[in-house]
Design a protein around this ligand. Structure first.
Ligand SMILES: [Ca+2]
Ligand SMILES: [Ca+2]
Ligand SMILES: [Ca+2]
Length: 165
């Protein structure tokens, strides 16, 4: 549970467009903006996703197993953990939590539940992720889209929090 700082109240008073892109939106652009022009086209996104699928399918049989999927994620996670200043105990906690979530994600992405993630299943989740970020639906995710998406997600979380109270 994150502690809400008093700053949050001030941010909430601003119109959505005035809120700078928080981490999530900019992380999407950071991850997929191959030519570093500050925006992600559908072509950039698809190329990066295709490359990641190929890299994840370690034994090159055309589909990604749960082991391959979690293995690829684990490698990236270890890099992040190595770069973080957390204690070993905290890192181990984070590692277990994230790996558990990766297994859950695989189950969700494997739509037909045959324990194989095909490229079509992988692409379907990518298409959803891109559409989620591309606020104005023009096929390019700009910082403006990312900020609008982040504001929308924040509002949805707050509405959910309120409903839960
Ligand atoms: Ca770009
Ligand atoms: Ca494979
Ligand atoms: Ca499948």
């Amino acid at each position: 549970m994150k502690i809400l700082l008093p700053l949050t109240a001030a941010l909430l008073a601003l119109p959505a467009s005035a809120i700078a892109a928080p981490h999530e939106g900019s992380a999407f652009i950071h991850d997929y903006d191959a030519d570093h022009d500050g925006q992600v086209t559908r072509a950039e996104f698809d190329a990066a996703r295709a490359a990641r699928f190929q890299a994840t399918d370690v034994n090159k049989d055309g589909w990604v197993s749960e082991e391959e999927y979690v293995g690829e994620y684990r490698a990236r996670l270890e890099q992040q953990l190595a770069a973080s200043g957390q204690s070993e105990e905290k890192k181990e906690e984070e590692r277990q939590r994230q790996i558990r979530q990766a297994h859950v994600r695989f189950g969700v992405l494997d739509k037909d539940k045959d324990s194989k993630m095909t490229e079509a299943e992988y692409d379907a989740s990518g298409a959803r992720a891109f559409a989620e970020q591309d606020d104005d639906r023009n096929g390019i995710v700009t910082a403006t889209d990312a900020a609008a998406t982040a504001a929308r997600q924040l509002a949805a979380r707050q509405a959910k929090d309120k409903a839960g109270r």
